[in-house]
Design a protein around this ligand. Structure first.
Ligand SMILES: NC(=O)c1ccc[n+]([C@@H]2O[C@H](COP(=O)([O-])OP(=O)(O)OC[C@H]3O[C@@H](n4cnc5c(N)ncnc54)[C@H](OP(=O)(O)O)[C@@H]3O)[C@@H](O)[C@H]2O)c1
Length: 326
């Protein structure tokens, strides 16, 4: 079957489309016939080797997949069940979604909600499920639409696009921070009320600034996250999930000790199963499928290696679905 393989020999790192046998698949109690995978920021890091995401070689990357169970000795799954997988180190330490089949631990799988096709599930992917985890993070910390605006950074990317759509549908007023002014119509179409230039947030700022937002979904990190915390209203909540600007956090404690701001960390990879199921069920209830369609482009397995560097350079928009059988 077709698969992308990442290899590392001495210092030479490479990724290319090739073939693997089903007998080469790693151990697991469920084998899945994969319909679609996706290209997330982390997948692009794995493909290019820009960060040490891959921990074992050769590796079939792809942190997400959706498909149908082929064979299972796991109590919860049987042949024919539609499933979705996000994270758990798949595509990093265990062969992942960029192959026509995957063998996995059944404990990692989520039954795919009826509402979604396998393609829609991958249009959501880890980026969309993480956006939902961020929304849950705001809700669980008490942020309601009447408290004020929510800023979303990395707005035209995958996490950002889904977060805007979800928040707007739930009644929040969303401010989209982007480096791409030409995507203003796209972002307003997803529900953003206003657009700000990401340069307003990306430089070293003051420990505290004028109070602007009741909450935030930050996919960017670094000075942007620090500035957002410094400009969050009294009692507001900042959910931090990404590092597109950088993994540093050059901030002070001032927003936390003088304004009671909460910084809520969001991790999708090792997130416990009940929280994942909650997130997928909320996506099924709250996500506008027309928006998902509008924010998604499709590529074949053969296109993945060439698309990854473009994603890291911020040239791709929204979500990218990978048809592993094309
Ligand atoms: N915590 C988790 O479990 C988790 C899960 C999923 C993703 N993530 C992280 O979340 C981030 C976003 O993931 P994604 O899949 O949405 O990636 P993506 O589609 O590539 O979007 C990233 C966006 O960040 C913005 N950006 C890029 N470079 C930037 C820079 N130097 N400074 C400021 N903004 C920049 C761009 O948006 P604009 O063009 O609109 O400015 C870009 O579209 C990544 O860091 C990823 O690793 C974490």
């Amino acid at each position: 079957m077709k698969a992308i393989l990442v290899t590392k020999d001495e210092d030479k790192y490479g990724a290319e489309l090739g073939e693997v046998n089903e007998s080469d698949l790693p151990e697991g109690d469920v084998t899945v016939q994969v319909d679609y995978s996706t290209l997330n920021y982390k997948d692009s890091l794995a493909i290019t080797g820009a960060s040490p995401v891959v921990r074992k070689f050769p590796m079939v990357p792809g942190i997400d997949l959706a498909g149908t169970v082929d064979d299972s000795s796991h109590a919860e799954f049987k042949a024919g069940d539609r499933v979705v997988l996000n994270g758990w180190g798949v595509g990093e330490g265990h062969w992942g979604g960029y192959a026509q089949k995957a063998r996995l631990k059944g404990d990692w799988l989520i039954p795919l909600p009826e509402t979604f096709s396998t393609k829609q599930a991958m249009a959501i992917g880890t980026a969309g499920y993480t956006a939902m985890l961020c929304v849950l993070g705001l809700e669980k910390n008490g942020v309601t639409p009447d408290q004020g605006e929510i800023v979303v950074t990395g707005a035209a990317g995958g996490v950002g696009s889904v977060a805007i759509s979800l928040l707007a549908k739930l009644g929040y007023t969303v401010i989209a921070s982007t480096g791409r002014a030409n995507e203003a119509d796209y972002l307003k179409g997803l529900g953003a009320s206003d657009i700000i230039d990401r340069n307003e947030l990306s430089e070293k700022g003051r420990p505290l600034g004028k109070e602007r937002w009741a909450g935030a979904v930050d996919a960017v990190g670094s000075h942007t996250l620090a500035n957002i915390c410094a400009t969050t209203k009294y009692g507001g909540v900042v959910t931090a999930c990404g590092l597109a600007q950088g993994f540093d956090f050059p901030a002070t404690v001032m927003p936390f000790i003088l304004r009671g701001v909460t910084l809520a960390g969001i991790d999708s990879v090792m997130c416990p199963k009940p929280r994942r199921i909650e997130a997928w069920n909320r996506l099924a209830a709250d996500l506008n499928l027309d928006h998902i369609e509008a924010m998604t482009s499709e590529i074949s397995l053969a296109d993945v290696v060439a698309t990854a560097p473009k994603q890291l350079e911020g040239q791709t928009r929204g979500r990218i679905v990978v048809d592993v059988n094309a």
